[in-house]
Design a protein around this ligand. Sequence first.
Ligand SMILES: C[S@@+](CC[C@H](N)C(=O)[O-])C[C@H]1O[C@@H](n2cnc3c(N)ncnc32)[C@H](O)[C@@H]1O
Length: 404
Amino acid sequence: MHIPYAFLTTDEFSQKGDLVLDPFSGSGTTLLEGVLAGRSVVGADANPLARLITKVKVTPISSERLASSGKVFKENISAEPTGDFPDVVNIDFWFSKRVKTQLQCVLESVLKIEDKDVKDFYKVCFSSCVRKVSYADPRVSVPVKLKYQKYPSGHPLRKKMKTHLESLTDVDVLKVFDDVVARNTTRLLRLNNEVGLGAMEYSLATDANNLSSSKRSNSIDSCMSPLEKESVQLVITSPPYPGAQKYVRTCSLSLGWLGVCQSSNLLELKRQMIGREEFRKTEYELLQETGLYRADEQIQSIYVKNKQRARIATSYLLEMKIVIQEVYDYLKTGGYLVLIAANNTISGIKFHTVDYLKDIAVSTGFDVEGVLIDDIRSRGLMTKRNKSASVINREWVLVFVKRC
Ligand SMILES: C[S@@+](CC[C@H](N)C(=O)[O-])C[C@H]1O[C@@H](n2cnc3c(N)ncnc32)[C@H](O)[C@@H]1O
């Protein structure tokens, strides 16, 4: 089931023209579904690449604009780069000299595109091309150097991964990029057909803990006005998990190539993520309380086993409390909050994230409207860290209403 689609294509929770918010919008699935369903949409994501992808997803561009900038892109592409390579973490570990040079030539030509929306579209295409031509294992979400030898001889993936590595020796980066552009152009033109080319209302903030920083804009002009309290009819979101997903590391190569986060700023960006693992020893020595009785008991047991992971869980819940309170303030009376969440295991102890999020929402003032269970189809970003962590395979859809 496509959960955002199911909630956005019924009049039960919101109607055409209503404002829909996703405070953890990721690559913008909910916002796109909202736009397609005729809602105004607001999102937030701490990851600048996620915000760029979202902006591109909800911004229709005419085929004429695409074609004319595409022509300029082709004319400007050169065989040798003119500028310095961007600050990409361990660039020479992940890319051969040849590939690095070709990527830089493509990027320089992308950056010369004057039409901002088309340039952003090309940047997103470039970011998905980066991973494809790197030495990173395409089957692992975070960059891990591909070693075909890890598959036993005779295993079908051994041959496939060996062929992939060999193909990188003479890969034509421009051809890979052109293929990505062609595929994404088809998707974009489909969006034009579905929503037309009018000014699209969307907003994006950088921090779910500070939604008032949301900048309202549209794809054609950029008029800004702050998000207003009690203006949102439906909030639908998949919050991060505590200590289980590595959003920044997953796209660290693209962040560097696009110049949106240099390698020296990656740690700072990771520290902005809810559910992060990055804590200094001094930050986790002392056990903090969340004020949620059931959670604090469990965190106590985790603390005995692993202080750092206890701190990850505590900070996660404290920060989710702030987000849920914020969301409550922005919702209209009668508005809905839909949380798509799952439980996970921390230090071998089952962490009842779903129950805790429910406790937070209820103590904030929400009423529970319903609870659904769904099996997860994609586990792309989940990491099985070690024996004491687990892969999540079931998620809960918690529906709350703000009564007064
Ligand atoms: C489970 S993912 C959301 C996936 C999304 N529904 C999609 O379709 O891509 C959680 C998102 O929360 C974002 N995030 C983590 N901490 C954040 C914060 N403090 N403010 C805003 N977004 C944050 C992550 O970057 C990630 O994209």
